[in-house]
Design a protein around this ligand. Sequence first.
Ligand code: NAD
Ligand code: 89V
Length: 344
Amino acid sequence: MSDFKGALIGCGFFAVNQMQGWNDVKGAGIVAICDRDPERLKIVGDQFGVERRYTDAGQMFADGGFDFVDIATTVSSHRALVEMAAAHKVPAICQKPFAPTLADAKAMVAACKAAGIPLMIHENFRWQTPIQAVRKVLDTGAIGTPFWGRFSFRSGYDVFSGQPYLSEGKRFIIEDLGIHTLDIARYILGDVTSLTARTRRVNPRINGEDVATILLDHDNGATSIVDVSYATKQSIEPFPETLIEIDGTEGSIRLSQGYELQVTNTEGTVNTDVAPTLLSWASRPWHNIQESVFAIQQHWIDSLKAGSESSTSGTDNLKTFALVEAAYESADTKATIDIGTLLK
Ligand code: NAD
Ligand code: 89V
């Protein structure tokens, strides 16, 4: 039997990827699942052969018998469920977006700290193979010191068919997708001091913004642009690729559509294929995201074993979530937002 026993709450659209990921993770397995919708509970329970099934998370925690909980519900339930995990001293993974507000997210981090349990936000995009490849190039020093970047996700893909709730909220692309792109910008160029944003809604059938352009000032003096759109029709649909441009003092990096990585410096140009692996259970075009689900879940187990903080811990992810809050505030007020003030 696996070393670490997990319980998963929320058996919806994305949780199926997480369950597949847990099957592949070394040293862990899911022993109990919960969904308040009995139909989803049955579908996922039958597909993955999990016998312990609950419609009430409180009852599942009361029964116990697991070492960590994986919260895969939508955002409105995140705070209550993470606080429930803290009350039972059960280490927790919580899906992005962290919480409805930054104040909620701060309270969740404080509750986990007080309980002495690790909290990781399931911010998987930095774990994608092409993003890891860009990070590795920077770490070799091949392009010197980066001073400028662009992190771009422009698509016309119909995300609403799989996730209909995305068309309903007052907030859309920054909270749901831009949150990943902002996290990648932090992962690649470091923490952010201030931010300016502009948004648009192009699709008249949704409530939130579907286009955002965000200017970031990083701690190290670098400047970057995060631009995201679900209103961009192109000849070859790039979903769900994040495209990256980085300029450094000694060279440049370009991550282009089709998972092509190009590194240029005084020694010349090197092109590398950084396409993600198509896991046995994965399907295109989602395989990039699906592989990163496995990777972040393996990282969680490795971190639990080592007693080390995860890469996207609650504390770390507050700094990404603050950028989401700042982007909405900046788009509303047209002001440049100081991130340090938000994080106080
Ligand atoms: P979904 O609506 O399909 O599934 C959520 C499930 O949670 C539903 O079955 C619902 O009944 C259940 N649920 C909600 N509150 C509950 C509670 N208190 N107790 C028990 N069950 C509860 O949503 P989804 O599309 O699977 O998204 C879930 C989360 O995953 C969202 O936060 C979303 O942003 C995130 N997501 C992340 C990625 C990624 O790449 N990281 C991709 C897609 C979705
Ligand atoms: O991350 C998400 O929640 C998804 C997707 C990757 C499609 O944007 O909505």
